[in-house]
Design a binder for this molecule. Structure first.
Ligand code: ADP
Length: 162
C-alpha cells in the first residue's frame, strides 16, 4: 500500500453480518481507497459463528464491492489499524443507547493513538432497530429472519439452530 492511500477500518463482531452492517459497509466504502472489514476474533464471547465463518460470509456478501477486504484480528483495534496503515475507524450509530459506549471507545482509542480517528455513520432508518443479537434471538425461536440478513446468510443462521 502506498503512503497516501486512504484506508479505513470497520471493526466489529459481525456475528452474523446483518443488512445494517452491509449498509454501513456500502456507504463507507465510498469514502476510502480501501475499506478493511475487521472481524474481531472474540475469545471470551461465545460467538455463534467462528471467526473464519464470519470472514467467509462477509467476503461473499461484499464480493461486488471492489475496494473492500475482509480480515480478522486479535487485540486492540488501533494496533490492527496501525499495522494495516489505516487512519480512520468507521462505526455505525443506531440510537442514543449506542452513543455512550461509542464515544467512550472513540476517546479511548484517540488517547492511545491520536493519529487514528473514528468516524460515525448514522444507520439507515430501515435498520435502526437491527442488531446481530436480536437476529440470533429471533432465529433461536424459529422466527423469520429474512428481513434482517443478506440472502446467503439466512440459511447459514438457520442451520446453526437446527
Ligand atoms: P460490536 O460487537 O463491537 O458491538 P457489531 O459487530 O455488533 O459490534 O457492530 C459493528 C458496528 O456496526 C458497530 O459500530 C455497530 O454500531 C454497527 N452496527 C450494528 N448494527 C447496525 C445497524 N443495524 N445499523 C448501523 N450500524 C450498525
Amino acid at each position: 500500500m502506498t503512503n497516501n492511500e486512504k484506508v479505513g477500518i470497520y471493526p466489529g463482531s459481525f456475528d452474523p453480518i446483518t443488512l445494517g452492517h452491509l449498509d454501513i459497509i456500502r456507504r463507507s466504502s465510498g469514502l476510502f481507497d480501501t475499506l478493511i472489514i475487521a472481524v474481531l476474533n472474540n475469545r471470551e464471547k461465545n460467538s455463534l459463528f467462528s471467526t473464519d465463518e464470519r470472514v467467509k460470509m462477509i467476503q461473499s456478501v461484499t464480493a461486488d464491492i471492489k475496494n473492500v477486504v475482509v480480515k480478522s484480528f486479535d487485540g486492540l483495534t488501533v494496533d490492527f489499524a496501525k499495522a494495516e496503515g489505516a487512519h480512520t475507524l468507521v462505526r455505525g450509530l443506531r440510537a442514543i443507547s449506542d452513543f455512550e459506549y461509542e464515544l467512550q471507545m472513540a476517546q479511548t482509542n484517540r488517547t492511545m493513538s491520536p493519529e487514528i480517528d473514528t468516524i460515525f455513520l448514522t444507520t439507515d432508518q430501515r435498520y435502526a432497530y437491527l442488531s446481530s443479537s436480536i437476529v440470533r434471538e429471533v432465529a433461536s425461536f424459529g422466527g423469520k429472519i429474512e428481513h434482517f440478513l443478506p440472502d446467503e446468510v439466512v440459511p447459514l443462521v438457520r442451520a446453526k439452530y437446527k
